[in-house]
Design a protein around this ligand. Structure first.
Ligand SMILES: N[C@@H](CCC(=O)N[C@@H](CS)C(=O)NCC(=O)O)C(=O)O
Length: 214
């Protein structure tokens, strides 16, 4: 079968999610390294975001849609459970992560550090301090969620975990995020344990955020 081509950056959390899916399922793929908003991304993604996927005649964007496609087309461990409750719980945690956690941990909190470094200035304490209550609340929610089994859904590693792990990795790269994760007993254990997985190790990103063409 043709190898899927993942278009994105090894520094991008959502590109890493798709790469982890390939690794978990043992799918041979190629990664085409691009900057955000690069022309090759616009050939698949109407907004030029990453990741995008090409597989034969199939073109897809949105990491979860790409993951669903890969899970259904390729053999290997099922990363989206099919039984009704685990399937719905996977949806629940993916939605929560993508709409709340990603916005708080990455787009608001971490991006302030990234912007400060890029602009050679100090991080704006107002931005950091005003996001911390949401950050701590969401850490507590995730900490409670993984307490019983060490997974977000039932007692197995699913797409819900794949979708969260790259975000936790980035969170731990800034001081308050690192502290908050370290103090969340169950979530930090969860992170340390799943960080040992081959799919996580083999997709470990180089330092820094993905570059942008504009
Ligand atoms: N919902 C999209 C999010 C994709 C996304 O925002 N990717 C980031 C890189 S990790 C990006 O392209 N950011 C550029 C921007 O939002 O301006 C997905 O799951 O694929």
């Amino acid at each position: 079968m043709t190898k899927p081509e993942v278009i994105g950056s090894s520094k991008s959390t959502y590109t890493r999610v798709v790469r982890m899916v390939c690794e978990e399922k043992g799918i041979e793929y190629t990664l085409t390294e691009t900057a955000i908003f690069a022309p090759e991304l616009f050939t698949v993604h109407p907004l030029g975001k990453m990741p995008a996927l090409r597989h034969g005649d199939v073109c897809l964007f949105e990491s979860k849609a790409i993951a669903t496609y890969l899970d259904r087309v390729f053999v290997g461990p099922e990363i989206f459970p099919s039984a009704p409750l685990p399937a719905s719980l996977t949806e629940q945690w993916v939605s929560f992560t993508n709409t709340a956690v990603d916005r708080t941990f990455i787009r608001t909190y971490l991006y302030e550090y990234i912007a400060a470094r890029r602009d050679k200035r100090k991080p704006d304490r107002n931005v950091i301090d005003s996001v911390l209550p949401d950050l701590h609340r969401q850490i507590t929610i995730l900490d409670t969620a993984v307490k019983a089994t060490g997974f977000l859904v039932a007692d197995r590693f699913t797409f819900a975990d794949i979708n969260l792990m790259p975000i936790l990795h980035r969170l731990a790269q800034a001081p308050e995020g690192n502290d908050a994760l370290a103090r969340a007993v169950h979530l930090s254990k969860y992170y340390e344990q799943h960080a040992q997985r081959n799919s996580f190790q083999r997709t470990s990103p180089p330092e820094g955020p993905p570059s942008r063409t504009k």
